[in-house]
Write a protein that binds this ligand. Structure first.
Ligand SMILES: Nc1nc2c(ncn2[C@@H]2O[C@H](COP(=O)(O)OP(=O)(O)OP(=O)(O)O)[C@@H](O)[C@H]2O)c(=O)[nH]1
Length: 620
């Protein structure tokens, strides 16, 4: 039986599913194996991790952008799984795995009817497994629990099958066991997908409604929009309308991915495909939005559209001040592909001209910075990241603070900070140390459950500002890397927060200002003052370094004076040598920034800021 064509595929034979997993549990490997087994990618052209297209993703081994692939699959008669024989169309939707992209994950889930919950048989359930499972359950998906990597000598499938069964509420014998690497059990899994996934339901005769679950900028083709058709159909002759903005576009092309773009005349109920309209910016084709036709279009959008709001801000400055224009151009290019990135020019007395950038989270920030440096050859300094604060003044007015320098001076009634609901999974041995850490980070324990004898799930409310600082690193180092963390935004709380300024010879250095809890202000001040004392070379006069809250100094260090006379050793009259030394000194000065009268080497800023910044690695 040949595979049905797009637009002519009855919903009864369509199965839309996704794979959800903690980072590194083998999602991409399993996806590759499925592409191979269904014949979509042949053995020869199969390159590892077909779905992770961007280089940077491959290098970091993480999935940032989701993709969808259409795979024909023929269930043989007499299969062990008891699935109805026949040819089916499986649409596999690859979801991003990291906390920063939770909203994108939730939209990809909406496009599916089932989720494969993939768990490493040597590691067991991790925080992201849980977070994604809750999202999938929230989207009413059928859950297919699967243990991966059963080929590993360290695998403990019996133990983790019990854990997984307890979590999703099934019998341990119903937990499938596969090796994505060797392919063992994967054909059986494909049959199970056919058997267990409910076929899509939608009204073929209603106006078209399709959910955008991804939108990617392509240099050659403009924006490629991935959609799942819910009702009606989209044909290549339609003019389409984005329901959140009302903007209409000509449809230049539509089709399905299998595994490259395959043009089609139309796509109908339950199908997953791509649209090209010639728009040049992903902001015009936003994830979560509903696509309909301009004529006889739908009036009610599908639910759940959310505008992405940045949660973390940081200043990015070119180390070489002359490259400000290049940085602007690079950000303009990145913006085409990243609807969540925001930026505005800003000036820092210490760092010069740069941009205040908003990100969804720390990983998003790291990836953006990485791309700016790698793809655009820029060298950047970034200020310590901060979250968004709401400051309520005594006169009732409110100020939104995305940069410590905007923290108001006058009479403040209340400062409100964002908080997150964090889920931490860890071996039970570390409960004590995790509690201690969460306490110092102003966390409130919400609850704790044992997943098995020796693994525990702890739920906390924590200020997002603390998470952004160094929480993740500390959690990892205190638990020898065993704990995993996931979090989602859960509102705001009032907190006793203050702005700490760092002054050199009485001049505040804006790049070092930070908003911290009053109790942590002193230690931040002492840390920065002593660090700067090490980093700033002695000058010809004494330089006091002070940390202050408003006019009140809370910490102080002194850099003693020195008279650095480069000619001191040049007694005798060798004029060329003297000139050379003076030239050299001038070169060195170029890399200095002046703060008042104080010369601060560029490296001092880089070093001081990089250590106050969380060194979160993207993995785990
Ligand atoms: N032994 C063994 N290794 C596997 C198996 N499946 C995946 N791996 C390995 O596990 C590592 C992570 O696999 P990926 O497929 O990149 O994991 P992922 O979940 O897609 O990771 P992200 O995209 O970062 O979320 C790779 O080194 C794989 O080769 C398996 O069944 N057996």
């Amino acid at each position: 039986m040949s595979a049905p064509l797009p637009g002519q595929t009855p919903p009864e034979i369509i199965r839309n599913f996704c794979i959800i997993a903690h980072i590194d549990h083998g999602k991409s490997t399993l996806a590759d194996r499925m592409l191979q087994l269904t014949g979509v990618v042949d053995e020869r052209s199969a390159r590892a991790q077909y779905l992770d297209r961007m280089d940077i993703e491959r290098e970091r081994g993480i999935t940032i952008k989701s993709q969808a692939v259409r795979m024909p699959w023929t269930v043989p008669a007499g299969n062990d799984e008891g699935a109805e024989p026949g040819t089916y169309v499986l649409n596999m939707i690859d979801t991003p795995g990291h906390v920063d992209f939770t909203y994108e994950v939730s939209r990809s889930l909406e496009a599916c009817e089932a989720a494969i919950l993939l768990v490493d048989a040597a590691q067991g359930i991790e925080a992201q497994t849980l977070a994604n499972l809750y999202l999938a359950m929230g989207a009413d998906l059928h859950i297919i629990p699967v243990l991966n990597k059963i080929d590993l000598p360290g695998a403990n499938p019996d133990k983790y099958a019990a854990e997984l069964a307890g979590l999703v509420g099934c019998d341990p014998s119903e937990v499938l066991r596969v090796s994505a690497k060797t392919g063992l059990g994967v054909p059986g899994l494909l049959n199970e997908i056919v058997k267990q996934t409910p076929p899509p339901v939608g009204a073929a005769d209603k106006p078209a409604r399709a959910l955008i679950f991804d939108s990617v900028y392509d240099t050659y083709r403009g924006v490629i929009t991935y959609v799942r058709v819910v009702d009606g159909k989209l044909t290549h002759r339609d003019r389409i309308k984005m329901m959140s903005t009302g903007a209409t576009h000509e449809l230049l092309e539509l089709g399905v991915i299998s595994p490259e773009q395959v043009k089609a005349g139309e796509i109908g109920v339950g199908e997953v495909g791509y649209l090209i309209t010639g728009v040049k910016d992903v902001r015009q084709s936003r994830v979560g939005d509903t696509v309909t036709t301009q004529h006889h279009g739908a009036t009610e959008p599908l639910g759940g559209y959310k505008h992405p709001n940045p949660m973390v801000y940081a200043g990015l400055y070119p180390i070489d001040g002359d490259r400000f224009g290049d940085l602007r151009e690079a950000l303009e290019k990145l913006e085409l592909n990243d609807a969540a990135l925001t930026y505005e020019p800003e000036t820092s007395g210490a760092l010069g001209f740069g941009f205040r950038c908003g990100f969804l989270g720390l990983l998003h920030m790291e990836i953006t910075r990485d791309r700016l440096e790698r793809e655009f050859g820029l060298d950047l300094i970034s200020t310590a990241p901060n979250v968004v604060y709401d400051v309520v003044m005594e006169d009732g007015s409110e100020v939104e603070v995305t940069n410590p320098s905007e923290f108001p001076e006058g009479k403040i009634a209340e400062v409100r900070e964002p908080v997150v609901r964090a889920t931490i999974l860890s071996p039970a041995d570390y409960i004590g140390t995790i509690m201690e850490l969460c306490q110092t980070k102003r966390g409130t324990l919400l609850g704790m459950d044992y997943l098995s004898e020796d693994r525990v799930e702890m739920r906390y409310t924590l200020p997002m500002g603390e998470i952004v600082f160094d929480f993740f690193d500390q959690l990892k180092s205190r638990t020898k890397g065993y704990a995993s963390l996931d979090y989602e935004r859960s509102g705001e709380q009032a907190a006793d927060l203050v702005k700490v300024d760092i002054l050199l010879q009485g001049e505040p250095v804006d790049a070092f200002s930070a908003i911290v809890h009053r109790e942590a202000a002193y230690s931040y001040g002492v840390m920065m003052a002593s660090k700067l004392k090490e980093l700033i070379p002695r000058q010809q006069f004494e330089v006091p370094i002070q940390a202050a809250i408003g006019a009140r100094v809370i910490a102080r260090e002194n850099i003693r004076a020195i008279r650095k006379d480069v000619l001191a050793k040049c007694y005798g009259g060798d004029i060329t040598r003297k000139r050379k030394l003076l030239e050299k000194q001038k070169e060195g000065k170029k890399r200095m920034k002046m703060v008042g009268r104080v010369e601060v080497p560029q490296e001092a800023f880089v070093a001081a800021l990089s250590t106050t910044q969380p060194a979160e690695k993207s993995k785990k």
